[in-house]
Design a protein around this ligand. Sequence first.
Ligand code: G
Ligand code: G
Ligand code: MN
Length: 302
Amino acid sequence: PTSLTFTLSQYDSLPIYSSQPLLLRADIAMYRCKGSHTKIRVFSEELDQHSVQRLSLMSELKEALIDGQLSLHYQPKLSLSSGEIECTECLIRWEHPEYGMIRPDEFIGLAEQTGSIRTVTQWAIKTALEQQARWREKGFLLGVAVNISALDLADMSLPAYVGELQTRLRLPPEKLTLEVTESAVMEDTETAMLALENLRRMGVQLSIDDFGTGFSSMAQLKQMPVNELKIDKAFVLNLASNQDDQTMVRTFLSLAENLGLTTVAEGVEDQAAQDLLARMGCSRIQGYHLSKPLPVEAFETW
Ligand code: G
Ligand code: G
Ligand code: MN
């Protein structure tokens, strides 16, 4: 067991500490221990200013959801065979009244640690599907892709939640893609596999996000009930000028083809990369060359 030491100091003005100061400080100290692989950490202001701020942020997250501080930004995926935008990735943004724009990298991990990720994921899926229904009313049945976290796959109610929404909004299941990071998919706990299989059986599309950054075993990959490989932008950003990246991307594309998976390259920033990917047989591209993630009105104009 990890040893914990914490001292009580002058934090009591922060609302999060009014409830259970001792436990919360212990928790912060424990995360510090884990992070630095040390046995003892003393809780102190200098050390944990950031954590304190972030923990108090987490206590605001639920309210932010109700308050409409969260929104989705939309980034198009272009199909290289049809030349059409068939799908858009939906990326969460938090416009905080005090701190301004908070990027998902700064709060998704925390939401996972504090147990609020389910609420966030459900909100994102619901918002994306409702938007899809509005677009359908306007005559565009555009696919939406939503990111989910590894922990969401432990949530056996997720497939039912998705199914009920799609039925209520009369949306075809295959127009929703759930993007799960490679590492999450490969942690093949039984529950995760079950959740993936249930979603797959419903017709929902599954994509392995950030592919190439994890350590998938080929045997595992073959068994995964997924439809799409999404090549991480690390291999794509400098594609046109980097031979090694070209080799890697070519390898991923042929792997995907042999497994019967479609492919998306993310992080396409120039025409040269787009042309190369088209020649290599990539199915779809996404990146700043086409468009950054945009708020809904700007996306519709685009
Ligand atoms: O937009 P960008 O900085 O926009 O996104 C950063 C990371 O945050 C990406 O890796 C993306 O997968 C993740 N992300 C964005 N929106 C969501 C979301 O709604 N849920 C989860 N779990 N991750 C998200
Ligand atoms: O979920 P995922 O890890 O795929 O998240 C996509 C992330 O990549 C988001 O943060 C998005 O803003 C970012 N992104 C999308 N297109 C580009 C691009 O062309 N260049 C760079 N640098 N980042 C991109
Ligand atoms: Mn993604």
